[in-house]
Structure formats: structure tokens, C-alpha cells
Design a protein around this ligand. Structure first.
Ligand code: FAD
Length: 468
């Protein structure tokens, strides 16, 4: 069997199928595995992640995948989230001994950047989410912003709380986000379990997380080929018959999983199949949204926290990469002499037209206030990575365009964060899609098996409201 694409969707299906006995051949066009969630080395020898990637405690399938490939111990978990607002006030969100959904309540009550009116409004909306087990009936068909306004959220609550969490989690503005997606972030991440909100950050460059994948596949007789782009998917009747590689060679197989981005898939299918079958033709309706990553190398230490979330700024997160890496391997790859920071701006529509220098200037200005030590520090190097089509946009109603992993071609399956997983475009969504594609293939091969793990069960008082 053949898998096209070595991102998390392709890798997770490949590893799961290899483990149940298939001889898997995986083809990836780039030199390295990991797709969008990977890293590469700059010409001067320093490495950059293709933007910081974080996971949350509620991401059960990503956790399972990391365990399968021996990457779990390379993820460090943080149970304190640090925030800083325009006036320099720092707040912390952390768990207390209270049972979910009340566990974050005490730190939320002390949070300095929200007024009591903001907090009362947020608590009311949280109650509505909790009572409905994360599925309030009045959210159907609404954008997140519409739902928040319906629930009387103040301006401060929207801009300094809901927007801060959701734009990062979903890579979309609140008015362009389906309320279902936004509400699920809070139910699964912040309300239903104690550790759902904890942030997991790799303590090594992203590409190093996938070292075990190649071994998991080749050890069982499979093959992983990088720098090997598939150019064409050939179809005969209701089956995929073969693939054509960029070197002109042709590959046949009994089963295929496509785990490449949706636009690349449409280019490789025969045009009549891509336009005739709604599973494929609907993909043109899926919109995308941008993320910008900014990398700064300073000549000295300018930040102590492992990461900071910024309120009231264009910059949304700052990751202290030197510290994140050094905690795993002292004297790690970056920042022995100075400090390497990575800034993330999700749904960065406003930055797309700006030049790299304009983005660097804007972010540097913001850091002068947030991290006063940068005023005396020298910026040794800076890099900007703009991803104009970083993820699919979770806009209201987008689920109707997301195809299942099974397709009208009997031996051809789809994986990718954009397929129907119920999850937004995340590493967890990509791994779920990989497991679902593998499940569909196993069922078609008369070997049905369950691979997708359920969400964490609701705990404490939240259990009374859970629908699972
Ligand atoms: C900047 C940025 C920041 C992000 N931050 C986070 C985060 O913090 N947390 C989180 O959970 N998610 C985050 N995401 C989302 C996450 O990266 C994706 O959801 C996930 O990696 C998608 O995996 P995938 O396998 O579906 O797709 P991809 O990673 O896109 O993999 C597709 C693979 O197919 C390969 N390919 C394409 N065409 C061909 C071809 N013709 N032949 C062979 N191979 C081909 C590509 O090279 C690629 O490796 C972020 C995404 C971006 C872009």
C-alpha cells in the first residue's frame, strides 16, 4: 500500500498500518518528514521550526502517536499559562484543587487584565457551555462572535479573553469562526477535565520528533522516501490504479492513502474525477487563513518565562526557544550566548501585505514594552516566515465541505487535517484523520479495527453534564 505525504496525517496512518502488518510505502516530496509541523536548518547552521507548534492536554490521539514513535519524552508539559497586557500586568492561569469545571476559577478570579464585569459575563457563558456538555443548541449556524454577543459578552471579555484563546487555537477571527469550534475549545480544553488546558511544547526541534517514524515503518518491511513527489493519481473506473512520480516512474498498489493538502490533491486527480465527485469538488470551497512566525535572536537574555501570551497586541505569543530547548538538553541548539525567541501571530491577515522588515519593526516595538530588557539588547538576527495558507479556516458551515476519509474510489482514502475529523486544523486533527483513513482502509480490506482514541472523559462536576 502507498501513502502520499509525510506530514502528521500521512505518518500517523503509516505507522498505525505498519503496526498491524501492512507493508507501507510512504512518499514525501520534501527532504524531511513532518509537513507543516516540522523544522529546517538555515544556511548559517541555526535551526527554525516552521512556527512554534504546541499541543494541549486534551489532544489524546497526538499523544498516542507521539508514544508510538517514541517522541513523548520530547514534549514538556506546562500547567501555568502566563499573560501580559498593555499596561505590563502579568497574569497566570493555573489549576487549583477545585474539581472541573471550577479548577481554573481561582486564578481566573485573580486575573488582573479583566474587570469584574468582564469576568461575570465570561462565567455566564462558561456556565452555558458546561450545562450543554459543550454543545449549546443556540450555537447552531452562528459565528463565535455572534454567539458571544448573544450571551452578553463585554468588549473587554471578547478582546482580552475569548479572542486571545480562540484566535491562537483556531487560527481565525471570531467573526469567521463557527461557534461549534470555539465552544469545543473551551469545553475540551478548559472545562471538562483538569489537564485539558495544559500546554505541551517540544523540547527539541520539531523535525526531531519524527525520528522514530521511519524506523516504525521500515522495521516492518516498509519504505519511506523523501524528495519523492507524486505528480499524478491514475484512476480506472471506481479504483485508483497507479501513481506517477516526478521522475516519470509509475507505482501500482492495492490501497492508497492521500495525505497531502487539498489543493495539491485536486491538481493530481484526473480533472473529470476532481470535478464530478463532490468529495473532491467541494474542496474548492474550503478557505484558508494565514499565520506569521517571527524569529528573533538577541545577544543576551531578555525573557525569563518559557512563553508569554500577549493581550492588546499584534504579537500573540512569545516562545523562549532557548529555555524550551535548554530544559531538555542544556546548551541546546540555540541561544548558548544570547536568546532565541519565536513570536506567533495567528489569523495574521493584517500582516500578509506588509514587508518582512515592516513586520520585524512592528514586533520589535511591541517587545520594547513587554520585555523591557530588549531595549538594551542587540538584535543579532531576525527571520519572518509568512504562511498565507497555513490552515483551513473554521468558518461557519465549513464542515459541509470536509470529506470523510472514504472516497468514491474504493481503494483510495483521504487523510489530512482538512478532512472530516470534527477537529479544527491542528496536529491532533491531522493524526485523527490519519487514524480514520487507516480505519477506513482496514474496513475495506475486511480487517475492521478501531484506532482513534476518544476524548478525555469529563471529570468532577463536569461529568454530570457530559454527553459522552
Ligand atoms: C505556521 C503554523 C503554525 C501551526 N501551529 C500549530 C500549533 O501550535 N498546534 C497545532 O496543533 N497545529 C498547528 N498548526 C497546524 C498543523 O501544523 C497542521 O494541522 C498539521 O501539521 C497538518 O498535518 P497534515 O499531515 O494534515 O498536512 P501537512 O503537514 O501539510 O502534510 C502534507 C505533506 O504532504 C507533502 N506533499 C505535498 N504534495 C506532495 C506530493 N505531490 N507528493 C508527495 N508529498 C507531497 C507535503 O510536503 C507535506 O509534508 C500550525 C500550522 C502552521 C502552518
Amino acid at each position: 500500500m502507498i501513502i502520499i505525504g509525510g506530514g502528521l496525517a500521512g505518518l500517523s496512518s503509516a505507522v498505525a498500518l505498519a503496526e498491524v502488518g501492512y507493508r507501507v510505502r510512504l512518499f514525501e516530496s520534501r527532504p524531511h518528514l513532518g509537513g507543516r509541523a516540522t523544522s529546517y536548518w538555515l544556511s548559517d547552521g541555526s535551526h527554525v521550526d516552521n512556527c512554534q507548534h504546541v499541543t494541549l492536554g486534551c489532544c489524546t490521539n497526538l499523544d498516542d502517536f507521539y508514544r508510538r514513535v517514541g517522541a513523548s519524552e520530547k514534549i514538556r508539559w506546562y500547567s501555568r499559562l502566563f499573560f501580559v497586557d498593555r499596561r505590563g500586568r502579568r497574569g497566570v492561569i493555573e489549576s487549583s484543587l477545585l474539581p472541573p469545571p471550577l479548577h481554573l476559577g481561582p486564578s481566573f478570579a485573580l486575573f488582573p487584565s479583566l474587570t469584574w464585569e468582564d469576568k461575570r459575563a465570561i462565567s455566564r457563558a462558561m456556565l452555558a457551555i458546561t450545562r450543554s456538555g459543550g454543545c449549546p443548541a443556540d450555537a447552531a449556524g452562528l459565528s463565535m462572535l455572534e454567539w458571544l454577543k448573544k450571551h452578553g459578552q463585554t468588549e473587554g471579555a471578547i478582546t482580552r479573553f475569548w479572542q486571545v484563546v480562540l484566535v491562537s487555537a483556531l487560527n481565525e477571527d471570531l467573526e469567521r469562526t463557527d461557534a461549534r469550534y470555539g465552544i469545543e475549545v473551551f469545553w475540551k480544553g478548559f472545562l471538562s477535565t483538569r489537564r485539558g488546558f495544559e500546554v505541551g511544547i517540544p523540547s527539541v526541534p520539531l523535525a526531531e520528533l519524527y525520528d522514530g517514524c521511519r524506523d516504525a515503518i521500515t522495521r516492518r518491511g516498509g519504505e519511506v522516501r523523501t524528495r519523492a513527489a507524486i505528480r499524478e493519481i491514475r484512476v480506472a473506473g471506481d479504483v485508483a490504479s497507479s501513481l506517477r512520480l516526478d521522475d516519470g516512474s509509475e507505482l501500482a498498489a492495492d490501497f492508497f492513502i492521500s495525505a497531502i493538502p487539498q489543493d495539491a490533491l485536486l491538481e493530481m486527480l484526473p480533472p473529470e474525477v476532481a470535478t464530478r465527485e463532490p468529495a473532491f469538488s467541494n474542496l474548492r470551497h474550503l478557505k484558508t487563513s494565514p499565520i506569521t512566525g517571527v524569529h528573533f535572536w538577541y545577544d543576551r537574555v531578555v525573557m525569563n518565562e518559557p512563553f508569554l501570551t500577549l493581550l492588546d497586541r499584534t504579537t500573540q505569543w512569545i516562545f523562549n526557544k532557548s529555555r524550551l530547548f535548554s530544559e531538555h538538553a542544556p546548551g541546546g541548539p540555540s541561544g548558548e550566548d544570547g536568546q532565541y525567541l519565536q513570536l506567533v501571530i495567528s489569523a495574521s491577515y493584517g500582516l500578509v501585505p506588509l514587508s518582512r522588515q515592516e513586520i520585524i519593526n512592528l514586533c520589535r516595538r511591541e517587545l520594547l514594552d513587554v520585555l523591557p530588557a530588549t531595549r538594551d539588547a542587540r538584535l543579532v538576527k531576525a527571520t519572518v516566515i509568512k504562511e498565507a495558507h497555513a490552515t483551513f479556516s473554521p468558518e461557519p458551515g465549513c464542515d459541509r465541505w470536509r470529506p470523510t476519509q472514504r472516497t468514491p474510489l474504493k481503494n483510495f482514502f483521504l487523510a489530512g487535517d482538512w478532512t472530516a475529523t470534527g477537529w479544527p486544523a491542528t496536529m491532533e486533527g491531522a493524526v485523527r484523520s490519519g487514524y480514520l483513513a487507516a480505519e477506513a482502509l482496514l474496513a475495506a480490506d475486511a480487517r475492521p479495527q478501531k484506532l482513534v482514541l476518544p476524548d478525555l472523559p469529563a471529570e468532577g462536576l463536569a461529568r454530570c453534564f457530559s454527553r459522552v
